[in-house]
Design a protein around this ligand. Structure first.
Ligand code: AMP
Ligand code: FE
Ligand code: FE
Ligand code: ZN
Length: 285
């Protein structure tokens, strides 16, 4: 069984529709794929219909932007109730602050590159969650940079003078919201030091106390040493581990199924989701 638990569609910063992500997953020989767009579940219905047609299992999820001491933390949530009020409000708040933050970055970039907000909107599909990748696409279209990679390495990097940080919820708070909504929280690429600063083991322990269930270990942004450290940490904290592609269509080099998750971990996700009744508001591991 081949399981990939982290992908993006045009509902956020991927380049394929949710149905096409699922079709590509089938093509890549996957049996199970999770759609985990940034801060939105708007792709779930389309992806789920495609999965039914193609005979794969879709695991509905989101990747929630969080911040701790100015360090970016991405929290994956699987199988939560998409109508849960507090979680929905948290995600809506993030999408709103992402838009103001993107506008501020465009304001800073504009004098030097001629970039306008309308240029960025041309690369955002409908109500998709806006992120730096859309600014990157607009810069590519203007001929300022060659591709998203170059944009992130230069103008859009966290060290760039054009960079504006995003405001986002605290990760412990996000874990609680996910559990209260019946979801299963897993930290995405927790030790990806090449992306920037990462939270420490003590911070992860605090998230475990709030109900964190797993760690994404096999991810292309982790070195072998980072993976083995995370595996040990997961064992000591009784967390399950996952492996995923973090596929973004042609927006990133990551390929569907390049890392996969063991069926035992998916079973833990299913069991925890089944045991967590949203109305009971489970808050502990
Ligand atoms: P933001 O969410 O606006 O802070 O932008 C970060 C997003 O950009 C992450 O979700 C990444 O998937 C994506 N990203 C980061 N680096 C790159 C890159 N080099 N090429 C394409 N996408 C990237
Ligand atoms: Fe992304
Ligand atoms: Fe992420
Ligand atoms: Zn992701």
């Amino acid at each position: 069984m081949r399981i990939d638990l982290h992908t993006h569609s045009i509902a956020s910063d991927g380049t394929q529709s949710p149905a096409d992500v699922v079709a590509s997953a089938a093509h890549a020989g996957l049996d199970v794929v999770a759609l985990t767009d940034h801060d939105t579940s708007s792709g779930w219905a389309e992806a789920s219909a495609a999965a039914d047609r193609l005979g794969l299992r879709l695991v509905p999820g989101v990747e929630i932007s969080c911040l701790l001491r100015r360090v970016s933390v991405h929290l994956l949530s699987y199988l939560h109730d998409p109508t849960d009020g507090p979680l929905t409000r948290m995600l809506t708040g993030s999408r709103t602050s992402r838009e103001s933050r993107a506008r501020l970055m465009v304001d800073r970039l504009s004098p030097d590159t001629g970039l306008r907000w309308e240029d960025v909107l041309e690369h955002v599909h409908g109500t998709a969650t806006i992120g730096r990748p859309h600014i990157a696409d607009a810069l590519v279209a203007r001929g300022v940079v060659a591709d998203r990679d170059e944009a992130f390495a230069t103008l859009l990097s966290g060290r760039s003078k054009y960079f504006v940080p995003q405001t986002a919820p605290d990760p412990v708070e996000a874990v609680r919201r996910v559990r209260d909504a019946g979801g299963v929280p897993v930290i995405a690429h927790p030790a990806a030091s090449k992306r920037g600063s990462c939270i420490g083991d003590v911070d992860i322990e605090a998230m475990v106390e709030a109900g964190l269930a797993g760690l994404e270990v096999d991810h292309r942004d982790h070195s072998d040493a980072e993976r083995s450290h995370l595996r040990d940490l997961a064992r000591s904290l009784d967390l399950f581990v996952t492996g995923s592609s973090d596929y973004h269509g042609t927006g990133k080099r990551n390929l569907l199924g390049e890392n996969t998750t063991d069926p035992e971990s998916l079973q833990r996700i299913d069991e925890l989701a089944a045991a967590t009744s949203p109305s009971q508001g489970a808050g502990s591991a």
